[in-house]
Every structure is written in C-alpha cells, then in structure tokens.
Write a protein that binds this ligand. Structure first.
Ligand code: ATP
Ligand code: MG
Length: 554
C-alpha cells in the first residue's frame, strides 16, 4: 500500500499543522477516568495516541482524568497502568494526574472571573437546566450574571473555603445564553462537593467540571493534539473557548474520531459490573469479556490488538467491527509464532495390540511447520495412547475418514494403524479402542506407497499431563443481540463457557507458564490461564479455534 494514500484524517491534520508551523512537535495523551477497567475500545485510543507520537517523534502521556471524586478508585489506576504498558504504549516518565493541577485550575477560574468571563451563580441544578432553554429556544440570563468581579472573587473564595453546601453555588463561564450550541450557554465550570478525593484527600471542596478541566490539563502538559471520541464534538467550541480565554501560548487542538464498537460483546461498565456481581463471569478479566485484562488472560497478544486496531482504521463515522476480525488477528499472530502440540480434550484410550508392551519411542516432531526457527521436540509414543473420542466411530457415516473397525489411519508423525474394534462398559460407553500398527511405517508413511485418508493426533498415556481446558462462546446470544429490547437486560448465551476436565496433554506442556500459548492440533489456540492454573493442575483457555469463515475486508 502507498504510504501517503493510507494516511488517516488525523495524520492529515497533523501534517498540515506541522507544515504551517502551527506546532513544531506532536504531543498526545491517553486520559482515562480511573473508574473501571479498560476495554478494546480504549486500546484503540491508546494505540492511536501512542502511535502518532511515535510516528512523529513526539511524546505520549498517560494522564488520569481524576477530577470527579465520586467514582474513582486506586485499584483502577493500577490496572490501567498495567494495561497501557502491556499494550506497549510507553509513557516513559510522563504519568500524570489531573488532580495534581487543581491549584492551577483554581487559578484559571480566578483569571476568568477577573476577565469578567465567569460568575458565581445561586441557581440550583434544576434551575440552571430550566434557564438553559432548549434546542429550539434560547436560554435566559442567570439572575446572578451581573455580579461584580470583586463579588465573584469573594464568593468563589467562599466556595473554596467551604462556606456553601453541595449545589448551593456554582461557577459558570460567561459565554452566550443564546448560542445554538447548548454547551456554550454559560456552562458550569466549578461546583461545590464536600467529598474526599483519592489523591488530594479533603483539601478541596470544590471541583472543576470536565469540560473546563480537560483543556487545561492538555495545555499544562503541552499536548498539541487532544484526540477524543465523537461525543465530544459539540464540546469543542467550549474547549477552544477555555484555552483561548486562558491565553495559553500554544493552545492544544481537539480532534474527534469514531469510537470502536465490536459486535456481540459487552463493554458497558454497568453491565460488566452486574455480570461480576451475579457471578456469571469470574471478574473483570473473565476471558469472555473484552476488557484488556480479559483479552490478555484469554491469550491475546499486544501485537494482535495492534494489528486489529490498524485494520479498523480511524474514521469519523461510527460503525461496528465484527468480533471475527479480532479473532483473525490473533490467529494470524499465533500461527507462526507458537508451537503446535498435541492435546486431547475428550480422551478415549487407544491400545495398539501388537505394539510390544513396555516399549517407548520418541519421535522428533517439528514445532511449527511454517516456522523452522521454533525447532523440534521429542514426542513419546507407546502401546497405550489417548485419542479424541470423536476420532472413533463404530458405525461411521460416509466420508468419515478417522478410526472405525477395519479402517487404516495415520497417527500423526508416528505410524499407520488399523482399527480392530472397541470395548464398552455395561452402559454401552466406549472405554477402549483397539488397533494394530505396521512397524514399517514409522514417521507415518508406508514403504509400499499405500495411502490413508485420515490423520489423527494422540498423547502417549504413560506421559500424559492432566489439564482442565475451557472453551468459550459469545457471552451474549448472537441471534438475539446483546440487549433485550424490552427491559435492556443482556441476552446471555447459556453455553458461553464449557469446562473440559481430565484432558490429556503431551508432556512438553508440563511446565507451561501463565500466559504461554500454543496451538493444539485441530482444536485451536490455547493459553495457560493466569488466574486459576497451577503447576500440578494446569488450566488452559481456548483463545480462538483454527478456522473461521471470516474474510478480511478489502
Ligand atoms: P466507557 O464509556 O466505555 O466506560 P469512557 O469513555 O467513559 O468509556 P474514559 O476513561 O473516559 O472512558 O475514556 C478514556 C479515553 O478512551 C477517552 O479519550 C475516550 O474517548 C476513549 N474511548 C472510550 N471508549 C472508546 C471506544 N469505544 N473507542 C475508542 N476510544 C474510546
Ligand atoms: Mg468517560
């Protein structure tokens, strides 16, 4: 693809700014509110902001937008930091908190008051709303709007000193009560709230509003391009007003892009909280969720998420992306970078009756057919093996090429074997499958050139490692959609989690560590569960199956 042609609209804006000398550097930031875990949508914002800083040789900040003392939690600060780092967005030593700027924000408000651009209002929240008018009607002047500068300064000081109760007074910007943009009708910029803040404790009982605080935070940090999502488009005139009236020498510029939405996934904090509380998922990092912690736990790599975000592109139009595209990205990443090993999820014994009892061989098997650099390993082979239960049928349908009485198949990388029958228990369940092997076919090919149609994988019983394997489907019912139209509840898929116990894995997996991932022959890509896996009780999550009908959009 041509580099120039593929540039997104934000790059075009930046190119122009640099060529016209509006800015001589690029400085971006990611500004999460520490009130929940980050999700795949945030990953897009992080990688976009970080990617631009990197592309232009500029800087990227992580800044917690912690101006709202009610919802914020230190727990989220730590998880967000970890997620941003994991994604590879390096903020170096530029970790900031909006609350560190409360003094400067206070000074900024005082400056506006002195310029006659802000006033203390006695209206209640409801009255302010009523005075604001509507989309078709202009607002009405606030009865307090003509207070003198001195009076406003004194009242604002009193607000700060705790002389008013919550909601009794607010500071409003004086802009235009008749503006067609409701955000410009003298917006509230400071409110009284007697609340402790996780960072500043009880120092403040007034807190700045987001629309006032955010541009100041950007300006203080020297941010040039303040990238946010589309819902802030109507707030941009206010953003510009704030940086202009506060006379910052190099005011930052807000640019909006469309949020990333994925089909059939739950991202809303409110919903996830309920799923956690109801015990439907086992935390914010449940592998069926799309929080960054969940994707990581499931076995997604930062590279796969980066690729996904690139494929999504940056646009001004809201659209949903198919979850299958995310799966495509992880599959592409793991295909050539992870060993392909044998694991039996639903085991049944296979006994080779003519194989010498007590004999054990080791077969050299390449770790990844598409990547020689991953080397090879030894896979043990013996008389008693495990195979997938579905790889044997007593009475096979047409086109079934695996094991059935009389049929010859290949045991992957090992020998050709011919099925002789099976043993059942009193209830008719198959407990053993029997076969004989041809010792002349070591490696899986017959010297006489005869062909077999089926190749099945196995694990040598004596060396098998026991494990639990978890298979996932969508958390919500794809047919019905995410939300119930009647009551807004989630349309849950009752089969979103399938736990397979007593799985048998080849011994090379014995020492698999948290977050390590593998391709399991025929079953997909799997990752060691970082929360529940133990050295002697391994737990694997299926990241993604091997095949999909997904085609990459052109
Ligand atoms: P949510 O509503 O999902 O809880 P939020 O927007 O309240 O998310 P913030 O902490 O305010 O969460 O978001 C931090 C940054 O991430 C903001 O710049 C926001 O625009 C961006 N962001 C949030 N959701 C998405 C998304 N789905 N796609 C892209 N960027 C997003
Ligand atoms: Mg938000």
């Amino acid at each position: 693809m041509d580099e120039k042609e593929s540039r997104n609209f934000i790059e075009n804006i930046i190119d122009k700014d640099l060529s016209e000398g509006v800015y001589d550097t690029v400085h971006t930031r990611f500004p999460p509110e520490p009130n929940g875990y980050l999700h795949i949508g945030h990953a897009k914002s992080i990688l976009l902001n970080y990617g631009l800083a990197k592309e232009y040789g500029g800087k990227f900040n992580l800044r917690f937008d912690d101006t709202n003392p009610t919802k914020e939690k230190t727990e989220f600060v730590e998880s967000i930091k970890a997620d941003v780092k994991w994604l590879g967005a390096d903020f170096e030593d530029r970790l900031f908190f909006a609350s560190d700027y409360f003094d400067q924000m206070y000074e900024a408000a005082v400056k506006l008051i002195k310029k006659g651009k802000a006033y203390v209002s006695d209206l209640t929240a409801d009255e302010i709303k009523e005075y604001r008018g509507s989309l078709t009607e202009p607002g009405r002047d606030d009865p307090s709007q003509n207070r003198s500068v001195e009076e406003n300064l004194a009242l604002f000081e009193d607000m700060k000193a705790g002389k008013f109760s919550d909601g009794e007074k607010v500071l409003r910007a004086r802009i235009d009560m008749a503006s067609p943009n409701m955000n410009m009708r003298d917006p509230v910029i400071y409110r009284v709230a007697h609340m402790s803040h996780h960072n500043t404790g009880d120092k403040w009982c007034i807190y700045p509003m987001y629309d006032f605080a955010h541009p100041i935070e950007d300006a203080i940090e020297g941010v040039t391009h303040s990238i946010c999502t589309l819902e802030f488009e109507d707030h941009r005139p206010l953003y510009d007003w704030v940086v202009r009236e506060l006379e910052y020498p190099h005011p930052p510029k807000q640019i909006e892009f469309a949020k990333l939405y994925l089909t059939n996934v739950v991202t809303g904090k409110r919903y996830i909280k309920k799923l956690v509380e109801d015990g439907i998922v086992d935390g914010w990092d449940d592998p069926r969720l799309v929080s960054i912690a969940a994707l990581r736990r499931r076995g997604f790599t930062p590279e796969s998420i980066k690729r996904f975000v690139e494929l999504c592109g940056v646009s001004k139009a809201n659209a949903s992306v198919d979850y299958a595209m995310l799966e495509y990205c992880i599959r592409e990443d793991l295909k050539t970078t992870r060993p392909r090993v044998m694991a039996i999820l639903d085991p049944v014994k296979l006994i080779i009756d003519n194989y010498p009892e007590g004999q054990r061989e080791e077969l050299a098997v390449p770790n990844n057919l598409d990547n020689e650099e991953l080397g090879s390993r030894k896979v043990p082979f013996g008389r008693d093996l495990y195979i997938e239960r579905e790889d044997f049928m007593e009475e096979p349908p047409k086109k079934y090429f695996r094991m059935f009485p009389g049929n010859e198949v290949r045991l992957m990388n090992a020998y050709l074997v011919k099925c002789t029958g099976c043993v059942k228990d009193a209830d008719g369940n198959i407990t053993e499958v029997h076969c004989t092997y041809d010792p002349e076919t070591r490696g899986g090919n017959a010297p006489d050139g005869r062909k077999v149609k089926g190749t099945i994988h196995f694990v040598n019983a004596a060396d098998a490692v026991d494990a639990e394997v978890r298979l996932f489907e969508n958390l919500v019912d794809e047919e019905k959609g995410v939300y119930n139209k009647e009551d807004g509840s989630l349309n849950l898929n009752p089969d979103s989690l399938k736990v397979c116990k007593g799985c048998k894995l080849e011994p090379s997996l014995k020492s698999a560590k948290a977050y390590e991932s593998f391709q399991f022959v025929r079953n997909g890509f799997f990752c060691v569960d970082a929360k529940d896996s133990r050295e002697d009780a391994l737990v694997f999550n299926r990241i993604v199956s091997l095949k999909s009908s997904f085609v990459l959009p052109k």
